[in-house]
Design a protein around this ligand. Structure first.
Ligand SMILES: [Zn+2]
Ligand SMILES: [Zn+2]
Length: 331
């Protein structure tokens, strides 16, 4: 009888330990979850763009993926889509969600440096402002830098890097209080590394779909953060990463979810390597969302972007945009 009681007690202990482990362990991608993301077929991608026949011929050409936009590939085990379940957001779903749109009162995109920043670094924000203005075809302005007194936001030391990190969600709460009256959105830029409240050990940036504020960090864009060798073109590398993150985060502020249809600037990223593999441009699904919210002329947007890419020596992006423009002018 005592042996039976002991066996039951051991079994109960096993169950408790198993439940405890399940609660405590962070989610790890296994073969099952890897299989959950199916790269979308051509029909699924086309349906996500939705019917375009009622649009102008130029817009129809703009939103035709042709061979220019590769589909979202099957993720590797460390990639975003193997570790995060995302259903995607078609153009129609975006429209039905009635996202924030710029209007006559609120149509300026504001950028602001947060925390410690030097005069030189402030000067480097101007190219980002120009890129933002061209990418979204809306006026972009820099606000005076916002210093952060000690203790204003929670700071922790990251166990992997031993570097200080600020809580992104609290920075966003500060930004919400600073939203200018004519702002469509306000994006904070900081040189501090960031973390969020979830299981991620860092975030590049974070933005909300509804409150029109976001924050992103330059910290990990510089190879010096990881003590890696500094390439000769490090300034271009940091600029490219910064522009890509700006485009991504501000897209969220327009109510856009992560893109799962094509390789696109709005794809989620789990690492710097995955982020570096993303293009600067948006896919036709995301372009349609942006165009429907802002109402820009496709050719004017691409011509302006081309000028900025050339000026900033972002050569790959300039070549891509030249090709897009030639497609737009065809017919
Ligand atoms: Zn994102
Ligand atoms: Zn997209």
């Amino acid at each position: 009888m005592r042996r039976k009681a002991k066996a039951i007690a051991a079994l109960l202990l096993l169950v408790v330990v198993a439940v405890w482990l399940r609660v405590r362990l962070p989610p790890v991608a296994d073969d099952d979850s890897l299989l959950n993301f199916v790269p979308p077929s051509a029909d699924v991608r086309k349906a996500a763009i939705d019917e375009t026949s009622q649009l102008t011929p130029e817009l129809q050409r703009y939103l035709d993926p042709g061979d220019d936009f590769p589909p979202m590939p099957k993720p590797g085990p460390d990639d975003w889509l193997a570790n995060n379940h995302e259903g995607g957001q078609t153009f129609n779903e975006f429209r039905q969600a009635e996202p924030n749109r710029p209007d006559q009162q609120r149509r300026v995109l504001y950028l602001v440096a947060m925390g410690e920043i030097t005069e030189l670094q402030i000067a480097q924000l101007e190219p980002l402002r120009e890129f933002t203005e061209a990418y979204f075809t809306l006026e972009a302005k820099l606000l005076p830098p916002m210093p952060l007194a000690e203790g204003v936001v929670p700071i922790r030391v990251n166990p992997n890097t031993q570097k200080r990190q600020m809580l992104a969600t609290d920075l966003m709460r500060l930004l919400e209080q600073q939203l200018p009256d004519d702002a469509f959105c306000l994006l904070g830029i900081t040189l501090n590394d960031l973390y969020s409240g979830g299981h991620l050990n860092y975030v590049f940036g974070q933005a909300t779909l509804r409150t029109r504020v976001g924050v992103f960090s330059f910290a990990r864009f510089d190879p010096a953060f990881f003590n890696d060798p500094i390439p000769a073109d490090v300034d271009t590398l940091i600029l490219r990463r910064s522009c890509r993150t700006l485009a991504h985060e501000i897209s969220h502020m327009f109510g856009m979810h992560h893109c799962t249809f094509f390789t696109c600037v709005v794809n989620g990223s789990n690492s710097l390597a995955e982020s570096d593999s993303r293009p600067m441009h948006a896919c036709p699904v995301c372009l349609r969302k942006l165009q429907s919210s802002i109402g820009f002329n496709p050719r004017e947007r691409e011509e302006r972007l081309l000028g900025v890419y050339r000026q900033l020596h972002l050569d790959d992006e300039a070549h891509w945009t030249e090709r897009r423009l030639s497609r737009l002018k065809a017919d």
